[in-house]
Design a protein around this ligand. Structure first.
Ligand SMILES: [Zn+2]
Length: 245
């Protein structure tokens, strides 16, 4: 966190399989065409790269559910699923971390300093990636309202961030959030990575670890696949040039 139904397994599996097949058919061509267009127009523009950022890691577990489930592991698991789907469609992807670790300087003396170092490193990865599009994956928590649930997206203030985030939100609302639709919002200024990333960015709060029902969903493989499919679909819609829904 930074601080925000389910069908049969068979149906979920089929939906995910259909999504993958559709993406393979539609988006390989889409991404390739877009990339070629960009190259041919300017001779220099590289194809977009999704920078997948599983929030937290290592000594920083992020939000923790009442039964002790930390968001850092869920973030990584969901980000891996998004990565795999995007790679299947021919998209270029890099990740800020691929293990349950902090990527900051471990020699720094305090947790706070190491956390700051971790965030600066994530910014370096995003800003060091040409034509990056940032997808940051987190989990929410609101202990004062344990019934609050649902996936919500926040955008940064770079060109394209709002469109990207609203497209991902629309994809989440069509599936995960059906009956509990949410709006995407601009991210508060204090969120370091989103503020300093010089790329369009969406921070996805996949669900609330303060909600026992949703926590159970978030640890479920099928539910994680649905989340990943929605995030990937929103990203692909953004790459296709689709506007704000
Ligand atoms: Zn978080």
């Amino acid at each position: 966190m930074w601080v925000a139904v389910r069908k049969s397994t068979v149906i979920k599996g089929s939906l995910c399989a259909c999504f993958v097949v559709l993406c393979c058919v539609l988006c390989r061509g889409l991404v390739r065409e877009r990339s070629l267009r960009a190259f041919s127009a300017s001779g220099i523009a590289p194809p977009p790269v999704a920078v997948l950022d599983p929030g937290h890691g290592g000594e920083d577990g992020g939000a923790v559910s009442p039964v002790g489930i930390a968001e850092s592991g869920l973030n990584l698991s969901i980000a891996f699923r998004v990565r795999d789907l995007l790679r299947l469609t021919g998209c270029r992807v890099v990740m800020t971390r691929t293990e349950d670790v902090s990527i900051g300087d471990p020699s720094l003396p305090t947790v706070r300093a190491r956390k700051s170092s971790d965030l600066r490193r994530r910014v370096e990865i995003v800003n060091g990636t040409e034509n990056a599009v940032l997808l940051s994956v987190h989990q929410n928590s609101l202990p004062s309202s344990p019934v609050t649930r649902g996936a919500q997206v926040f955008w940064n203030r770079r060109d394209g961030g709002e469109t990207l985030s609203k497209l991902i939100q629309a994809s989440l609302n069509a599936g995960i959030n059906a009956g509990n639709e949410k709006q995407a919002y601009p991210i508060p200024e204090g969120v370091y990575l989103m503020k300093h990333a010089e790329a369009p960015g969406a921070l996805v709060e996949c669900g609330f670890l303060s909600n026992a029902w949703e926590t159970a969903q978030l640890t479920n493989e099928g539910y994680q696949k649905e989340l990943a499919a929605a995030i990937a679909a929103g990203y692909l819609r953004y790459l296709s040039g689709e506007g704000i829904p």
